[in-house]
Design a protein around this ligand. Sequence first.
Ligand code: PSU
Ligand code: MN
Length: 300
Amino acid sequence: MIAPRHSREVGDALRDGAPLVALESTIFSHLGLPSPANAEALERCTGVIRDAGAVPAVTAVLDGIARVGLEEHELERILGPARKAAERDLGVAIAQSWPVGATTVSASVALAAAAGIEVFATGGIGGVHRGAELSGDISADLDALAHHPVITVCAGAKAFLDLARTLEYLETVGVPVLGWRHDWFPAFYTRSSGLPVAHRVEGPDEVAAAFRHRSRPSSGILVTAPIPVHDELDAAELDQVLADALADCERAGIVGPAVTPFVLGRIAAATDGRSVPANLALAEHNAAVAAEIAVALAGG
Ligand code: PSU
Ligand code: MN
């Protein structure tokens, strides 16, 4: 069993029952965002969690040790080169003493659960890939949401995935999808994918209550918070960018865990960095929503 090491601050918060929000590290590494936007994203996400009265807990593997909460001077290590670590890779990253393992959503919810943290914020989750009926490519994020008692707050998933099948998968494995003051599953850069979410919620108390009364103690909940209105990008323009990125991926013969970082890189390049402010805004917004939920959970 994995027993992550806490930072001093996270250990204190856990002992005191103070609100905590876990964060992944892939989004802040070169695999998720270009520099220096990745550092800004980390600063804004941790800052907004603190402003709301909660404690941020960045997950990672550093020098072969699984971590929940990093000390201030360690944060810069996740901004540089890192190896992508999904949940199944955690044991290997420890066994092989990886210098920097950047945790994905699946690894982060696993570490959060192991530490006893119930709320996690990210940008977008992985999902069922387009063409998965042939490739079988379904992100381990979805299985992890179903198997760890953690509330994940995201801005939906990027539309290079098959969002309809992603929602079907979540229904099958029993993960409730709660739209944060919104009726539609968001598509990351845009507020609505055109696909309805199972339920709409109006605030943190409703999410906290739905979590407390879930039927399976070991499973999680997905909260989808759309990108703020003034940060939303143009859907038609994005469709072309996503189609080109997927075609490049196929031509390059990229498969497996390399697919998502490759496609993310092509999208960033094709939008000439214009997608980056939107990405930062939604990540910060999700962290703020997660902190509100963590505060509600701690107070109830
Ligand atoms: N989608 C994004 N940005 C990201 C990721 C996904 O818009 O940074 C990262 C997250 O860490 C997510 C992972 O958990 O990619 C999913 O990878 P895969 O599709 O290989 O499961
Ligand atoms: Mn995959």
